[in-house]
Design a protein around this ligand. Structure first.
Ligand SMILES: [Mn+2]
Length: 285
């Protein structure tokens, strides 16, 4: 099928199916119009897909072969340069198009700036938003734009969606106060542990949208991202949390955002690719 706003991109090197028959639909969102520090998020979707070439499709931990799963890859969104809101509208409309032909498919966004998660959440209307991120992203506006990547969790909270955040180690006093006033729970990277994850996520209503800003990981693992931060989480800490989430909550959408860089096989893209394969495998285990 044809989507209004997508174009052919470098696709996952797996046996792919059509979106109508897929359980998972990969969508690249190569937007980097509001990046504040390191640019290159426009290359994120391609870098992640290329990094999967390095991986075995068989995932040891769950005895699942990704190549056996019904996965579609519908290419990348044609971005509106410099306009995160208009680009996120295209993300939303693309997912709505997909829902009309296959309401059970789970969209998997590869980004690209975190601002674009808003479009997916608007289309999928989850009751809860679980996010791994170094940053609170609760600013009302940043660089005169309320749809900047630093505002995405604020816009999602305003939709009445419950939020829980993990791996946080950057924010402003105003963001902390906004979180407190609005019942947004978050765990500092220093205090993060599996029990803290389950405590916050267990009471959340379903369905859940899961977002991983790649900068949640320690900067040593993910140097190529828009706003890298020292002191992040380890790979297996995030995997164990998502294992619990996929086993205990209904997930309607997933994304891996803020992958950037220009170099093939950069560690950031390799981390994202591995996370992508683990997510797909654990959803089917
Ligand atoms: Mn972030």
């Amino acid at each position: 099928m044809e989507f209004l706003y997508t174009y052919e991109a470098f696709k996952l090197e797996l046996p792919l199916v059509s979106p109508e028959r897929a359980d998972f639909v990969i969508l690249g969102v190569p937007f980097d119009g509001t990046t504040s520090y390191k640019s290159g998020a426009r290359f994120g979707p391609t870098l992640i897909r290329q990094a999967t070439l390095n991986l075995e499709s068989y995932v040891l931990d769950y005895d699942i072969d990704i190549a056996d799963l019904p996965i579609a890859d519908i290419g990348d969104i044609a971005v509106v340069a410099g306009d995160p809101r208009k680009t996120a509208d295209r993300v939303r409309e693309t997912i709505e198009e997909l829902e009309r032909v296959n309401p059970k498919a789970i969209p998997v966004l590869l980004g690209g700036e975190h601002s674009q998660t808003l479009g997916a959440v608007e289309a999928l209307k989850p009751k809860s938003y679980v996010v791994f991120d170094a940053h609170l992203d609760l600013r009302d506006s940043y660089e005169d734009n309320p749809y900047n990547h630093a505002c995405v969790a604020r816009r999602i909270a305003e939709l009445g969606i419950r939020e829980a955040m993990f791996g946080i180690r950057s924010g402003t006093r105003e963001e902390v106060e906004f979180a407190e006033k609005n019942g947004i729970r978050w765990v500092h990277a220093r205090d993060y542990g599996f029990d803290s994850f389950v405590d916050l996520v267990e009471p959340l209503p379903e369905p859940v949208y899961l977002s991983v800003d790649i900068d949640v990981f320690d900067v040593s693992m993910v140097p190529d991202t828009g706003t890298p931060e020292a002191g992040g989480l380890r790979f297996w800490e995030v995997i164990e949390a998502i294992e619990w989430l996929t086993a205990n909550k209904r997930i309607v959408g997933f994304d891996i955002m803020e992958v950037a860089g220009e170099r093939l096989g950069n560690p950031t893209a390799l981390t994202a690719a591995k996370l992508l394969f683990y997510f797909l495998a654990m959803m089917k285990r």
